[in-house]
Design a protein around this ligand. Sequence first.
Ligand SMILES: [Zn+2]
Ligand SMILES: [Zn+2]
Ligand SMILES: [Zn+2]
Length: 459
Amino acid sequence: MPTTHTNTHAKAGMIARLNHPDYDRWASQIRATGGCRQPIHLRGKIEHYDRATGALLHRYTTKHEPDGILRVPCKTRRATRCPACAETYRADTYHLIRAGLIGGKGVPDTVTAHPTLFVTLTAPSFGAVHTRREHGGSVQPCHARRNAGTCPHGQVMSCTTRHSADDPRLGEPLCPDCYDYTGSVLFNALAPLLWKRFADSVRRHLAKAGGLALKNLRHHLTLSFAKVAEYQRRGVVHLHAVIRLDGPGGPAMPPPAWATADTLTQAVQHAARAVTATAPAHKDQSERAFRWGSQLDIRPITLTGDLTEQAVAGYIAKYATKAAECVGTLDRRINPLDNLDAFNLRDHPKRLIAECMRLGALPELTELRLTNWAHMLGFRGHFSTRSRRYSTTLGALRAARQHHTRDTDITTGRLPLFDEDTILVISEWQYAGKGHSAGDQLLAAAITGTRLERSPHEL
Ligand SMILES: [Zn+2]
Ligand SMILES: [Zn+2]
Ligand SMILES: [Zn+2]
């Protein structure tokens, strides 16, 4: 659509909204969504009845709202889709991770005495990529090799460039034709299984250290964790995890005396080396086992040491709102019929996506669901997950916050806090769409002071 046309259209929409008699009500809905860029539209009603008499005490319906709908925040965690909601998600994740480290939000502060590690599990190499190396404050050449060989495609396997931090070539292979695209996407697809096997192996090692049968471990000790996936620029995931030892009841109980930070460190070291996940054989590759990369980072989290609880919580929360888009892929599903050339991607992410589509079509690899997760370069796990007893939950944080927001006021019409024993609440809601019209988008940004830009793929 030509820009001038869009602008005229947006302006007309904006003027119509401003002149509408229910503008104030619309604006108050927009403020209540906290600047959400793509609010969910709900149609429905909520009614409060006196349980004793059956009398209707209060009724709210969206019929009288602007456009007959209530707008509520989309609650995405992805900053590329909605910066406002992603910021809420990031802040909640931060508090949740931090509570698991120092207490708060229902977690006793005695948790600080539990052995806790910050562990980074890396991906192996799938070929040489352009890298920015810093040493003593100066940027080093990327891949300086004296007598560097030439690959079968005629590419000299050396790069003496001192890459700047925003060089788009960073993470891209020296020779794309040599690069193991198959391995890269299969590793991403198997990373969730590799994590599960890693956690199981840590538990087995701990049980052995405590002289216990694995099935009895849970009566003595809980392995609590919170993890997040981070995409490397080359398009593979690394996992960062807070791993903590608790007593059988979770963070409120101390772990047994034998379960020390050293025992946990040994268990993690052992498990990270030992576990494998196997991709089934397919037409051009036999069965292939994947394991974590040789780089393993294990650091204790302490209140006074070099790795503080704020740093860890900040780190995990930051990655929790990012996905693969930082590698230059798309932030939405890709249809097998889509023409990849039309998306204006760089060659590297395009090849990773194409490899997902190619492998995804092979019957032997169906269960890896690579076609569905091509935009994630094969990774279909949850970005940010926690074991049940890590700390409080996002749901609990949201519920606590919603008690204080205007959402409640809008739907209940400022009904005073009611007693659920005496009042019956009946609500019916229907999804009625999503997002803003072009004119509303401009006005909403002005009202909530949020930035306007949309991700390139939404335009
Ligand atoms: Zn939103
Ligand atoms: Zn380079
Ligand atoms: Zn080559």
